[in-house]
Ligand binder design. Structure first.
Ligand SMILES: [Zn+2]
Length: 296
């Protein structure tokens, strides 16, 4: 059995998969992150305890998907938007609380491995060896999978394309630099851009239909700029990694025009006269994070 926990900002979800990656048991509880770091660790321990009681199973090892990433030389968590986790030895503390070895990986890496082993990749590109999984939503995450294994990287930042420089117009980023992909391609960045143009704040759920109607120049400009910079940003990954498949996940990965209007522009930035890279829609929905954790 494979045990996985997906630690989110509001929910902690757990799953047990059998050796054929079929779901045996699944449940979730609130993170209660306002209770602080030690409380979050105790919530994870509580969920695992409930799993033991309800299934009669005992884990030998647990995979944990987290926001942020473990810094390999120190073992401390970094880059998490659940900021109380940053600087904490989450892996060590979880092993102490759970009494079993744990493997941690960030949520984009869990998404990428789940879609590679169980989601859209086996269904649509079974021969793919190199997969780049993208999460486009409140942030801009990414994960690299090669031959069925996550490439976390020497510093734990493998696949983190959200903080590659894209354009000065993105402005300042919380990471301390300017013009990061995330400040141009993420949902909040698009909403901010639209508000600056139009003088009205609207969410992406409102902006996309206005783009489709074609009578809101600010919506047109926001989406067209997004397609342009998406193509430019993702071309950097393709020029370096040259994956067989890119999976576009996250809330913004659902927007059909990203495939029909954004993806065709990628070739303009490639060191190749054509593009063979497949862009796929994810198949596992919200389950990808917890399934990927179990696969760790
Ligand atoms: Zn940044």
């Amino acid at each position: 059995m494979k045990w996985g926990i997906d630690l989110g900002g509001t929910k902690i979800e757990g799953v047990i998969l059998d050796d054929d990656l079929r779901e045996v048991y699944r449940d979730r509880i609130d993170t209660e992150r306002e209770g602080g770091y030690a409380h979050i660790v105790s919530r994870i321990a509580l969920l695992v305890q409930q799993f033991r009681e309800k299934t009669g199973l005992t884990p030998e090892h647990i995979g944990i998907g987290t926001p942020g990433t473990i810094d390999p030389p120190t073992g401390l968590l970094k880059n998490s938007n659940t900021v109380v986790l940053n600087g904490q030895p989450l892996g060590k503390d979880l092993e102490a609380a759970l009494g079993v070895p744990v493997t941690l990986a960030n949520d984009a890496n869990c998404f990428a491995i789940a879609e590679t082993l169980l989601g859209c990749v086996p269904a649509e590109a079974p021969k793919a060896r190199v997969v780049f999984g993208v999460i486009l939503g409140t942030g801009t995450g990414g994960g690299i999978v090669v031959d069925g294994r996550i490439i976390g990287g020497a510093q734990g930042i493998g696949g983190e394309w959200g903080h590659i420089f894209l354009d000065h117009s993105g402005g300042y980023c919380y990471c301390g630099r300017v013009g990061c992909c995330e400040q141009i391609l993420s949902g909040p960045a698009l909403e901010r851009y639209y508000a600056n143009l139009s003088g009205t704040y609207r969410t992406m759920r409102e902006i996309v239909p206005r783009y489709r109607q074609g009578n809101d120049p600010a919506a047109t400009a926001t989406l067209q700029r997004w397609f342009h910079f998406f193509a430019k940003g993702i071309s950097t990954i393709i020029n370096v990694l040259d994956p067989d498949v890119v999976v576009l996940g996250g809330g913004l990965g659902n927007i059909a025009e990203l495939y029909t209007e954004g993806v065709p522009q990628v070739v303009d930035h490639l060191f190749n006269p054509r593009m063979d890279t497949l862009f796929l829609r994810p198949k596992l929905g919200d389950s990808a994070g917890v399934y990927g954790a179990a696969m760790l």
